[in-house]
Design a protein. Structure first.
Length: 340
């Protein structure tokens, strides 16, 4: 079928609009950090081994020092009950802009697919647009469910950078896909990879936040100054961030596993073999192994915390090389997923 050029151009305009709205949302999140009040939790008794000064996200005010200790789950104190929705002008504005931009981006993806009469992730431009959209969906869901609005600024940073590169250096005109991609498996295999990648992006961002928060807490405990102490006043403790990152990866890993299995079945139909150690297949498997190592490290007491976080970031590095390096620099059967 012939490509609907007008609809494709409208989709591109919607991506640009979403990019601008995400940038404004990021600015509003930054203003909330700059002008909002620090949200401090009650400190647990010093005698407790899990005693940590918790810093909750938006919506909670300072609790009296005599308040009962927060319940401890997996070694981290749970934040006290807070409002389900964001409070404060800047945070409400930031979250509203984020949701509006997400709606615009979903329209962009839908109209791109309608213009091409296919699933709209047959090249790198469409894939990056889809994974950034998925990352924002995860951000919105986590923000509401766990009241973790404090991660908005940090998650939107890679989203804005990714979309900026997507609409400039990576943009590809709407058109048909290679014959090998003309299968219903693209809606199964690639969709699973998009969902998992979006989750991995959020998990990696929160893991970096955890490492920074953990270093800050260690320096403050040792009586040393920290350059990020002001930002930490708006964030929960390192243990809470660590647990949030772990939950994200725990959900993403089986989705990635399913995506690899679906890809193997598709490869058998397209190329007559389930696995051929193509560069894309190899790095997908390497990524799977590293994240499996992260989950195993989390189950081993001696490797929790910073060590496990670095393993997760190593897995994310493998994922990014698989997405960018393999597509741009290495020739293989998946080369059609690059910039063409």
């Amino acid at each position: 079928m012939q490509v609907n050029t007008g609809l494709a151009n409208f989709s591109y305009a919607m991506v640009i609009t979403a990019l601008v709205l995400y940038a404004l949302a990021m600015l509003a999140y930054a203003c909330d950090f700059a002008f909002g009040k620090a949200r401090l939790l009650a400190t647990e008794p010093a005698a407790e081994p899990a005693a940590v000064k918790e810093l909750v996200g938006v919506g909670a005010s300072a609790a009296p020092a005599a308040s009962p200790a927060a319940p401890v789950v997996n070694g981290a104190a749970e934040p006290p009950p807070a409002g389900r929705w964001p409070s404060g002008f800047w945070l409400r504005t930031a979250f509203g802009l984020t949701c509006s931009a997400l709606g615009v981006q979903l329209i962009a993806i839908l109209t791109r697919g309608l213009a091409e009469h296919r699933v709209p992730w047959g090249n790198m431009y469409e894939f990056i647009c889809a994974i950034t959209c998925m990352a924002v969906i995860v951000l919105v869901l986590i923000s509401v469910k766990f009241r973790a609005y404090y991660i908005g600024l940090f998650v939107l940073l890679p989203v804005v950078l990714g979309l900026a590169l997507d609409v400039t250096a990576v943009y590809t005109l709407a058109g048909p896909v290679a014959p090998a991609l003309q299968s219903y498996w693209i809606a199964i295999h690639v969709t699973a990879m998009i969902i998992a990648t979006g989750l991995f992006i959020v998990g990696a961002v929160v893991s970096v936040m955890y490492l920074v928060a953990d270093r800050c807490q260690r320096r403050l405990a040792a009586g040393l100054p920290s350059k990020v102490e002001g930002i930490m006043a708006h964030l929960p403790s390192a243990l809470v961030l660590d647990r949030l990152s772990y939950r994200t990866i725990l959900f993403a890993f089986p989705v990635w596993t399913f995506g690899i299995m679906a890809g193997a079945i598709w490869a058998d139909q397209a190329w007559g073999r389930y696995w051929g150690w193509d560069p894309k297949e190899t790095w997908s498997f390497i990524t799977w192994v590293v994240y499996a190592g992260f989950l195993h490290a989390r189950a081993t007491a001696g490797w929790r915390g910073r060590k496990a976080a670095w393993i997760q970031l190593a897995g994310f590095g493998c994922l990014m090389f698989n997405l960018i390096g393999v597509n741009l620099w290495i020739t293989g059967l998946h080369s059609y997923a690059g910039l063409t």
